[in-house]
Design a binder for this molecule. Structure first.
Ligand code: ZN
Length: 185
């Protein structure tokens, strides 16, 4: 790769510098594994930065243990969307048998307002003509009740028309501070 490329941003430049040093000192060796999840487990969780390390630490997972799909609100929002597609790949190609949907407390995606997000888009330079004609208010709206959203996602996965019958699916909410899991029934 061309290491003389123009500056992208101070943040990304810093990350690229770290990455070169990481590879040079062979720091990757302790993470060696293959593509098959050792625990035959897939997790759908939130992109929230509080969970970046907390999720794996609180669940006792190491590199190679589980397929982890991160999406705002830990929602499986569409039966033929990318989250469901990822789960089916994990099951049918990579041997996953257990699925955990792990939402978390005080999720940023909970109380989102589609109208507010559209206003933010305009403030960030997106022209109003580009925004009209799409039902952003519905698409970008928050899910309100966290436990209810987890139940919906669990139901969608469990009752998906092409879900193999041996797959077990559980729903949970993680405390964003302590990592404590509470099962959603
Ligand atoms: Zn969240």
């Amino acid at each position: 790769m061309d290491q003389q490329q123009a500056t992208i941003s101070p943040t990304i430049d810093g990350i690229l510098a770290h990455n070169r040093a990481f590879v040079e000192r062979r720091a990757y060796e302790r993470y060696a594994t293959d593509k098959y999840p050792d625990k035959k487990l897939a997790i759908v969780s939130c992109m929230d930065t509080r969970l970046t390390e907390l999720l794996s630490a609180a669940l006792g997972l190491k590199n190679g243990d589980a397929k982890i799909i991160k999406v705002a609100g830990a929602e499986v929002a569409h039966p033929f969307g990318s989250v469901m597609r990822s789960l089916l790949i994990a099951i049918c190609e990579l041997g996953v048998e257990d699925i955990m949907i792990v939402a978390h407390t005080n999720c940023g995606a909970q109380h989102m307002s589609g109208k507010e997000m559209v206003a933010n888009m305009e403030r960030l330079g997106v022209s109003a003509e580009r925004i009209c004609g799409i039902d952003f208010d519905r698409w970008l709206a928050g899910f309100g009740d966290t436990e209810e959203a987890v139940r919906r996602s669990v139901d969608m996965v469990r009752n998906h028309p092409v879900m193999p019958p041996h797959v077990r699916v559980g729903g949970y909410v993680m405390d964003s501070d302590t990592g404590e899991l509470t099962a959603v029934r």
